[in-house]
Design a protein around this ligand. Sequence first.
Ligand code: DC
Length: 235
Amino acid sequence: MTREGKQGRLVIAVDGPVGAGKSTAARLLAERLGCRYIDSGAMYRALAWKALQMNVDLQDEPCLMRLIGDTSITLEGSGDGHIVFVDGQEVSREIRTPEVEQASSNISTLASIRRVMVARQREMASQGGVVMDGRDIGTVVFPDADVKFYLEARLEERAKRRYLEARRAGVAGDLEKFTQEIEIRDARDMGRSASPLRKAEDAVTIDTTDLNVVQVVAAMENEINRRVRRSEGSA
Ligand code: DC
C-alpha cells in the first residue's frame, strides 16, 4: 500500500479541553489525510438537543437511555464542519446554542449514555480512515488508535478564542464570563467519574497557545509521517 493509501486508513484520536482548537485542526488534518472527520461532541449535542425538545429530565438516565435508543444521529461532512441530522432533521445550527452546550455537558456525565455513544463511534470508524475529536477518544473509544494527540492551550487563550468565535456568531458576552465558563466545563469534563478527560499515556501533546491552525496541523502531520515511516521500517 502507498504511504498516501496507508494514511487514508489510519485511526487518529484528538482529545483536549474546550477551546484548545481540536475541531478545526482535526477537520483540516482529516482533509489532508483523505480521512473522514468525526466530531464526537456533536453527537452528545444532538442527543441533548432532542432531550430539550422532548422536555426530558437531563438527570433521568433510564428515560435518556430510551431516548437515545429511539434516536438516529447522522453526521455528514461539509467544508466547515458537520451537517448534523437528528432523525433526519438537520440541526447543525441548533446544537450550537449555549442551552444545548450546557445540556450536552450534563448528559455526557452519564456512563450508560457514553457506552451507547462509544459503540456508535466505533461503528462509524470500523473501516478505518477516521480523525475523531472529543474527550475520551484516545483513552476509551480507540485505545489502539494509530496516533493520538492531546491538544491544550493556556486558559486565557482558550477563553479569548471562544469569545471571538461567539462575537463572530453575533453572540454577546464578555471575556471574563467565557473564562469562568471554560473553568466550569474543564472541571466537569475532567472531574466526572465516567470517562473523564485526561491525556492518554501514549498521546502526543501539542500546546496550541502560540500556534495557528496551519502550524498545529503541520505538527500533527509530521508526527503521523514519522510513525508511518517507522512502521514501514519495521515491516
Ligand atoms: O466538544 P463539544 O463542546 O462539542 O462537546 C459537547 C459536550 O460533550 C461537552 O460537554 C463535552 C462532551 N463530550 C464528551 O464528554 N465526550 C466526547 N467524546 C465529546 C464531547
